[in-house]
Design a protein around this ligand. Structure first.
Ligand code: F6P
Length: 321
């Protein structure tokens, strides 16, 4: 079947680089004579028929912008039988015969359901958490790392000035990648991630050791969900007598202009998603493995087991003696 109209949506948490991927899809579609329709606010917009034509100009000036020009949402309705049927009907009414979805695990589960129902659907991995196991990197991750590293650098300044310890909570949901990469690049003293048990006494000993040799700062990067940053800070202060402050980076990590690699992978995957649809693929997710772009069945993305980089964790520990 020749693809005539492609729909595109972004779903779940936004990630810097989504706009580059949207641009990649729209321009590649138009280049190949395909009509591209933008679906607003994720699967909610699909259910509501909140859909508009996307022209060459509608993606001008967005490659450098964070967020998603299409809007995003986490749709509960799409997960109901009724919502799902409505979505299929809307795709039919708008004559959409191929779909590209940008997001993470939840987005892909919806995409697989659509693909199984006969709608050719391609997934592009976008999440700052980098928690999709089948791909080395997801779009948005490197920008979020950069944001966290910049924040750690600023906190190091004030930590040194006041001779304090600083707990910095970063996002990641159940995945410690953002904490890990940011800790290594930011030169953090201690790191606490869900994949590895930590010992509060070790964290405190390290702070004391540093203090004894004249080090004035102490940065502890905590992945969200492992523990309460404020309680941790209290414990550290109590055990070490070092004044300890907390910074929760929060949603600032989700925004900002995407770094080059997120734009590059976004653009490449945007193009490839259209080409996969044109080649007759029914349901695939794009990924990035060993410096190349790959495509796998959605089922593979769910089956893969995320491997934490314990070697990098060792590097963080060794370098922060
Ligand atoms: O999945 C991305 C993420 O930013 C997680 O790191 C975080 O736990 C969650 O989304 C926050 O979700 P919300 O946007 O609903 O606050």
């Amino acid at each position: 079947m020749i693809i005539k109209t492609i729909g595109i949506l972004t779903s779940g948490g936004d990630a810097p680089g989504m706009n580059a991927a949207i641009r990649g899809v729209v321009r590649t579609g138009i280049f190949n004579g395909i009509r591209v329709m933008g679906i607003k606010n994720g699967y909610n917009g699909l259910i509501e028929g909140n859909i508009d034509d996307m022209l060459i100009g509608s993606v001008a000036d967005i490659i450098q912008r964070g967020g998603t020009i299409l809007g995003t949402a986490r749709s509960e309705e799409f997960q109901t039988e009724e919502g799902f049927k409505k979505a299929l009907n809307v795709l039919d009414v708008f004559g959409i015969d191929g779909l590209v979805v940008l997001g993470g695990d939840g987005t892909f589960r919806g995409a697989q359901k659509l693909a199984n129902a006969g709608m050719p659907t391609i997934g592009i991995p976008c999440t700052i958490d980098n928690d999709l196991a089948y791909t080395d990197y997801s779009i948005g991750f490197w920008t979020a790392v950069e944001t966290a590293v910049e924040a750690i650098g600023k906190l190091r300044d004030t930590s040194s000035s006041h001779s304090r310890a600083n707990v910095i909570e970063v996002m990641g949901r159940h995945c410690g990648d953002l904490a890990l990469y940011a800790s290594l690049a930011g030169g953090a003293e201690s790191i606490i991630v869900p994949e590895h048990d930590y010992d509060i006494d070790e964290v405190c000993k390290k702070a004391m050791r540093g203090r004894l040799r004249g080090k004035r700062h102490n940065l502890i990067v905590l992945a969200e969900g492992v523990g309460n940053a404020y309680e941790l800070a209290e414990q550290i202060a109590e055990k070490t007598n070092i004044e300890t402050r907390v910074t929760v980076l929060g949603h600032v990590q989700r925004g900002g202009s995407p770094v080059a690699i997120d734009r590059i992978i976004g653009s490449e995957m945007g193009r490839l998603s259209v080409e996969l649809l044109m080649a007759g693929n029914k349901g695939m997710a794009l990924g990035y493995k060993n410096n190349s772009i790959i495509n796998v069945e959605f089922e593979e993305t769910f089956k893969a087991k995320k491997e934490f980089n314990y070697d990098m964790l060792d590097t963080v520990t060794i370098l922060s003696i």
